[in-house]
Design a protein around this ligand. Structure first.
Ligand code: DP6
Length: 352
């Protein structure tokens, strides 16, 4: 392939979605290497849009970038994360050291909804910076290789971000199949019945997490159930993949819910116990169990490191589940936000 002409200045913009893990990543070692593999469904409407503008750093500017999230300059903690990512990328693309970046980022979902913005945010950033690096050097990769590298860099920014590059599902972590890797995620296409799954996200608390994700993952280092968890994930990945391949909603429900409850069980049983579920989270699960008993509904709940429920369901049960959610909220006189999402295709570049 002929190298393109290097572009000393320019701009690029990517959209990258959030994702919801069905097999949970919880525990890591070294430089963002997961303790166990994970599998996620990519979302469609919850995404981050990030534009990176670059020009030669003439030495008169302070720092190497400005980052604006929703029009506001980001705080020092996030700035450090961005700086670290640029430094990691500069090892392979030294040109980044000679550039100055103006980064502007927007989320489709409000900051306080408890949706992890790190997956969409860091993946959109990794994609945009990698595009900038390759255009500035005039050496572009073929698209599949580009995405794989972007997933690798997104992982260094935030583990779950590496899965957001791809849709409809993504696998991250070695040993799941012959292609899967600890370094980056790979796309996964299920049986057609799982290609579009709806996700209603019930926001029980908008407060920031009581335990940051890095501190949370650290709890697995010395965890009493560490080996048991690794064994459980091996079995759950195998069972879930088979269910996703054959269209088996019963096994899907069993594994997805067990993963969510295991994640929180692990938190409860940590050396420093972490309790993130709210009374309404538990109440909702009880009521869902009572409501769906004997009905054979294609529905499963999952929960990340917070109190909010993602209720996943198939199209044929969309009406009955959405009615159940609205009535449940009214019956309990709650004022909570519900975000409706569904399976998405992964990240995409925006062209003017
Ligand atoms: C519970 O990807 O936020 O959502 O790598 O430290 O940024 P860092 O962690 P992060 O962890 C996500 C944990 C989880 C499960 C999951 O998404 O797999």
């Amino acid at each position: 392939m002929q190298p393109d002409k290097p572009e000393p200045e320019g701009s690029v913009e990517w959209r990258s979605p959030s994702n919801i893990a069905l097999i949970k990543y919880w525990g890591k070692q070294g430089n963002q290497i997961p303790m166990n593999p994970s599998l996620s469904m990519t979302l469609k409407y919850a995404f981050t849009q990030t534009e990176v503008k670059w020009h030669p750093n003439d030495g008169t500017t302070q720092g190497e970038f400005d980052f604006f999230l929703s029009g506001q300059k980001v705080g020092p903690k996030f700035e450090k994360r961005v700086g670290n990512l640029i430094n990691e990328m500069a090892k392979a693309y030294p040109v980044l050291n000679d550039l100055y970046f103006t980064i502007t980022s927007l989320n489709t979902f409000p900051h306080s909804t408890g949706i992890a913005s790190s997956a969409s945010g860091l993946s959109a950033l990794a994609l945009s910076l990698l595009s900038a690096a390759q255009r500035a050097t005039g050496k572009a990769d073929e698209y599949p290789r580009f995405l794989q590298k972007a997933s690798h860099y997104a992982r260094l920014g935030s583990g779950s971000a590496c899965r957001s590059i791809y849709g409809p599902y993504a696998i991250w972590g070695g040993g799941v199949n012959t292609e899967s890797s600890d370094e980056y995620a790979i796309p996964y296409k299920p049986h057609q019945d799982f290609e579009t799954i709806y996700d209603s996200i019930l926001i029980f608390s908008e407060k920031p997490k009581k335990v940051g994700s890095s501190a949370g993952h650290k709890l697995m280092d010395e965890h009493f159930y560490r080996q048991g968890r690794i064994n459980q994930v091996r079995e759950n990945s195998f069972r879930l993949l088979k269910a996703l391949e054959t269209g088996d909603f019963d096994v899907w429900q069993e594994v997805v819910e067990q993963e969510a409850l295991s994640l929180h069980g692990l938190m409860f049983a940590s050396h420093e116990p972490v309790l993130l579920l709210e009374p309404d989270t538990i109440r909702f699960i009880h009521d869902l169990n009572a409501f769906r008993a004997g009905k054979g509904l294609k529905v499963a709940f999952t929960i990340d490191a917070g109190p909010n429920i993602h209720l996943l369901y198939a199209d044929e049960h969309r009406e009955i589940i959405r009615n159940f959610i609205s009535e449940w909220i009214m019956d309990h006189h709650l004022q909570i936000q519900v975000l409706d999402d569904e399976t998405g295709k992964g990240a995409k570049q925006l062209f003017e």
